[in-house]
Design a protein around this ligand. Structure first.
Ligand code: FE2
Length: 195
């Protein structure tokens, strides 16, 4: 039996208590990031089957999304695995989020929306930055400000992350973007495909 220094249960407890305090955004991100950094620094805290692509278990063999916690206060915690060459194009989230990398690394491209959102189906995005997010790193999804990204695993190994959101993304209307076409397409997630 392996001993972890900060268990998933402890993380859920600390994050739940933090969310229940209804902190302002700065405190939420500061404290939440510190908790998540502790968790992802010990990958053993997450069951190994939640750190691997779904394979024959899932619709997308090269990807994995596993529910770790969903609380009555809305707190949603999942493990998301990107297999080699896995890719997800630009999309938004419309709520706060924390993403921490556990195993391997991910290339995350961030975008800023330039239009005033008044034309349905139209979106003008500017590529803001590209980050190599490494094990132990946490990136923030800040509603309205910095929450549009694209994910790519350019490596030959699986990348495992922990995603933390303020609410269930299922049923929430969000957008996918096509930079070349300057288009936004609404979509609603029905599963825990929340990344
Ligand atoms: Fe995402």
């Amino acid at each position: 039996m392996s001993i972890v220094s900060y268990s998933l249960e402890e993380f859920v407890h600390d994050m739940s208590r933090l969310v229940d305090e209804h902190p302002d955004q700065e405190r939420l991100f500061n404290k939440g990031s510190a908790y998540l950094e502790r968790l992802i620094n010990d990958p053993k805290a997450i069951p190994e089957e939640c750190r691997l692509p779904a394979g024959s278990r899932g619709r997308n063999a090269n990807h994995g999304t596993y529910l770790l916690h969903h609380g009555a206060n809305g707190l949603l915690i999942t493990s998301v695995v990107w297999g080699p060459d896995d890719h997800l194009g630009p999309h938004d989230h419309r709520m706060w989020g924390l993403i921490g990398v556990m195993d391997n690394f991910i290339t995350e491209t961030r975008f800023r929306r330039q239009d005033d959102r008044s034309r349905e189906g139209f979106a003008q995005l500017e590529r803001d930055r590209v980050n190599q997010v490494k094990p132990g790193d946490v990136s923030l999804l800040i509603p309205e400000v910095d929450e549009i990204h694209q994910m790519d695993n350019f490596s030959d190994r699986a990348t495992a992350e922990i995603h933390v959101y303020g609410n269930d993304l299922r049923g929430l209307e969000r957008s996918r973007f096509d930079l070349d076409a300057c288009s936004a397409t609404d979509f609603t997630t029905t599963r825990f495909d929340n990344c």
